[in-house]
Design a protein around this ligand. Structure first.
Ligand code: HEM
Length: 517
């Protein structure tokens, strides 16, 4: 005879079993219950078995699902057990990014900045905290402020171009990934932390080592990032950290020392540290531009009510994200631009002629003359189309929402905006694998189809900064060097499995020739 304790345990196990079955069925029927076309789950690996088994880069795997979901405007996929809504139609994508932003404010990360001090940054924060911080930080990225710190960037750029050949074998095909990563590390450490770093010359540079460690392409790394967005509650519950402790310690220490030095010596420098100290002291950074970015224009609700204390921990987290979000993406953009210009010599020559004209007219390149490098800008845009540093963007529905075609999703549903897939879709970019900078002339691509920096109020805050950095440096490189194709092409559809930013498995080799001036 079973005792009452055994009966109780038995009932509990049975109840748990029934609950699990119910949950699994609910998840399995998630899309059919809502009449959303979907790619079934290969339980429990998700809609793409290769992605689930860590045999393929998640975004390249999902790009295939994008094509399988044609012609639907909205479709469903599973990331392991988690349903994710993929928005395929550019008009709908634009709604999620911009028009209906108030229903898609967040990326869906769950952070506890009290436990992980570097997690409380703009990229991860949600809701009111994000709104408050974005409104406070936007004035730091205005055109006026970039002009103010342009000299720091220019001096890194001059040094980089002057020493570009050092350590490179110009008689061989060259992979410039590391070269550009060292350069962009120096720019961001100079402009953000106010430190004259020297990653260009020193392969053992501390910032470079930390950057490499963070972006180390491990399968676990990229799965963790996807998991942080698709199953954030489980990760938070399991207390899984995504930033190694030594990285946290490094940044906390660097920022502490820098703040201390600035305050104790009254040293003033045109950089982000200075602006953040101003923000901490006065609660705001004065800006000369009324609408410094899209977040103020379109969400209108950019909060002023203090929901976050602008303390050292919060400011450290922002400097950390400027570093992490700023160097690898920009290096990847420059690498892609070099690679595609090398394979398109006429475009390269046209960009060089334009740069020569601008530099001759102005006796060099100042901040204001960068706007005259419009063809080069189109070449960079086209390179970021063919290899967007960030392959896909994420949002979570922050309210129940109905798409114009009647599909309804509830608050809390994960949404993916498939940047790379839209960039490769011949409906929006005819002959998608041809390098055609002229696509960006006039009206340019249709709304929602092109978003290497995301879009709407949550668009990349460093877009302008990155564009200035890339344009200035690419122009100078083109005036001094000719880029030729390497022997082997890379495969745009085969990315490193664990890379957080886009990274083709075969390197993007180029050949470099010094120009006789
Ligand atoms: C070519 C270079 C870059 C690319 C391609 C890039 C791309 C992106 C993308 C796709 C997003 C997500 C936008 C969205 O969800 O709509 C983003 C967000 C962000 N980026 Fe960048 N980025 C670049 C450079 C930078 C730089 C230089 C910085 C800082 C100095 C930066 C800081 C940030 C931050 C803080 C966010 C979060 C913004 C928010 O949530 O409000 N990025 N970036």
């Amino acid at each position: 005879m079973a005792t009452s304790a055994q009966l109780a345990i038995g009932s509990l196990v049975a109840a748990l079993f029934i609950y699990i079955i119910h949950r699994v069925r609910k998840l399995a029927n998630f899309f059919s219950d809502r009449n959303i076309p979907y790619i079934p789950n290969v339980w429990p690996f998700g809609s793409s078995l290769n992605v689930g088994l860590l045999r393929e880069n998640p975004f390249i795997g999902w790009d295939k699902l994008y094509r399988q979901l044609a012609p639907h405007k909205v479709g469903g996929i599973y990331s392991y057990m988690n349903p994710v809504v993929m928005v395929r139609d550019p008009e709908y994508v634009h709604r999620v990014y911009a028009t209906d932003f108030s229903s898609f404010v967040d990326r869906g990360f769950i952070v506890d900045e009290t436990k992980d001090p570097l997690d409380g940054h703009l990229f991860f924060l949600s809701g009111e905290k994000w709104r408050y911080l974005r409104a406070k930080l936007s004035p730091i990225f205005t055109s006026g402020k970039l002009k103010w710190m342009f000299e720091q960037m220019k001096s890194c750029s001059d040094k980089f171009v002057d020493t570009f050949e050092e350590g490179l074998d110009l008689s061989e095909d060259v992979n410039l990934r590391e070269t550009f990563a060292r350069f962009t590390t120096d720019v961001i450490t100079s402009c953000a932390f106010g430190i004259e770093n020297n990653a260009i010359d020193d392969p053992n540079n501390e910032f470079r080592k930390i950057g490499k460690q963070f972006f180390h392409a491990s399968k676990l790394n990229s799965q963790l990032l996807v998991a942080r967005m698709s199953i954030p509650k489980i990760l938070a519950w399991l207390k899984i950290k995504t930033i190694d402790q030594n990285i946290t310690d490094f940044f906390v220490d660097v920022v502490k020392q820098t703040f201390h030095h600035r305050i104790s010596t009254n040293y003033v420098r045109n950089d982000f540290v200075q602006l953040l100290l101003e923000l901490r002291e006065k609660g705001e950074v004065k800006t000369e531009e009324l609408f410094s970015d899209k977040s103020k224009q379109s969400n209108g609700e950019a909060g002023n009510e203090e929901v976050l204390e602008l303390n050292d921990a919060l400011l450290t987290a922002q400097l950390f994200v400027f570093f992490i979000a700023g160097f690898e993406t920009t290096a990847s953009g420059m690498l892609a631009t070099c690679y595609f210009l090398a394979r398109n010599p006429e475009c390269q020559q046209k960009a060089r002629d334009e740069a020569r004209k601008v530099f001759e007219k102005n006796g060099g390149c100042d901040y204001d003359s960068l706007k005259d490098l419009s063809y080069l800008q189109n070449c960079i845009n086209e390179s970021l189309r063919l290899l967007p540093s960030v392959s896909m963007n994420f949002r979570v529905a922050t309210k129940d929402y109905q798409f114009p075609n009647g599909i309804r999703i509830e608050k809390g549903t994960n949404v993916v905006l498939p940047t790379i897939s839209l960039h490769y879709d011949p409906n929006y970019f005819p002959e998608p694998f041809k390098f055609k900078p002229e696509r960006f002339e006039g009206q340019g691509p249709i709304k929602g189809s092109y978003a290497p920096f995301g879009d709407g109020p949550r668009i990349c805050i460093g877009k302008r900064f990155a564009e200035v950095e890339m344009k200035l440096t690419m122009a100078k490189l083109l005036l001094n060097y000719n880029f030729l194709p390497g022997k082997e092409d890379c495969d745009l559809h085969d990315h490193e499995i664990g890379a957080l930013t886009a990274q083709t498995k075969k390197p993007m080799y180029v050949r470099i020739q010094k120009l006789k001036n």
